[in-house]
Ligand binder design. Structure first.
Ligand SMILES: Nc1ncnc2c1ncn2[C@@H]1O[C@H](COP(=O)(O)OP(=O)(O)OP(=O)(O)O)[C@@H](O)[C@H]1O
Length: 228
């Protein structure tokens, strides 16, 4: 599903963010990306979301060579991904329902289909009954669930999460991880960047450790620290 072949990216002459990255991720995998601050994790994610395009190497996602994507195809490619951020990024003046429906409205989906699909993801994230609320009336964990529902409403095959539990307490973080596990079991590939050692150690999933722009470890059922 994802192949990085000898990918390097420099922000400028002094900042090499990623060097010669080679990695393959299969459909249905759950992969944690860990490493110290400034290691290159967000850069890795931004390449996947096509916010950044590497100077060298090739990146293939769902059979599309995204480092050669035509600008006109970028919005279409992005809509094939689900993306979740640390700071939720909900539209504060729109209800829960409208936040989730937004992308479907933009792409001209029929009202009846929107209702069906939004309700389905609200059920999945456990937020039925909250659809008329504004995000400010929800807890952090609930806001992140709305963001996850929004990411899933287009039925992406790949969900990318950059520090999704960074603003949440430990119990809420665990609940979000249960939801991710459920989503993964439904077939969605998940790539999650995190500094949360306890969550990574509890999950026993693939752990890719990036340091100073290099993959220094990649373990199938790994833990947060090297060689665990
Ligand atoms: N816009 C930018 N311009 C120049 N250098 C940048 C830019 N963004 C990131 N960098 C540098 O690239 C390297 C990798 O940054 P990146 O944000 O990918 O790290 P990270 O592993 O996600 O860190 P964190 O865990 O703190 O979020 C760092 O040395 C950083 O200072």
């Amino acid at each position: 599903m994802i192949t990085f072949d000898d990918v390097s990216l420099n922000y400028d002459a002094r900042h090499t963010a990623l060097s010669n990255i080679n990695i393959h991720i299969d459909k249905g995998e759950f992969v944690f990306i860990v490493g110290p601050s400034g290691a290159g994790k967000s850069t890795f994610v931004k390449i996947l979301t096509h916010e950044l395009v590497p100077e060298t190497g090739s990146v293939i996602v769902n059979n599309i060579k995204i480092n050669k994507l035509k600008p006109s195809k970028v919005p279409y490619y992005r809509r094939s991904l689900g993306i979740v951020f640390q700071d939720f990024r909900l539209l504060s003046e729109k209800t829960v329902f409208e936040n989730i429906a937004f992308v479907l409205r933009v792409t001209g989906t029929k009202s009846k289909d929107i209702k069906e699909r939004v309700n389905k993801v609200l059920d999945l994230v456990g937020l039925r009954g909250k659809e008329k609320e504004l995000p400010s009336k929800l807890s952090g964990g609930e806001q992140q669930r709305v963001a996850i529902a929004r990411a899933l409403v287009n039925q992406p095959t790949l969900l990318i999460a950059d520090e999704p539990t960074g603003n949440l307490d430990p119990k809420t973080s665990e609940e979000i991880m249960k939801l991710f596990t459920e989503i993964n079991h439904m077939g969605t590939t998940i790539i999650m960047v995190t500094h949360n050692k306890d969550l990574v150690n509890a999950m026993h999933k693939r752990v890719v450790n990036i340091e100073e722009g290099h993959i220094v470890n990649d373990v199938k059922k790994g833990g947060y620290d090297l060689n665990v």
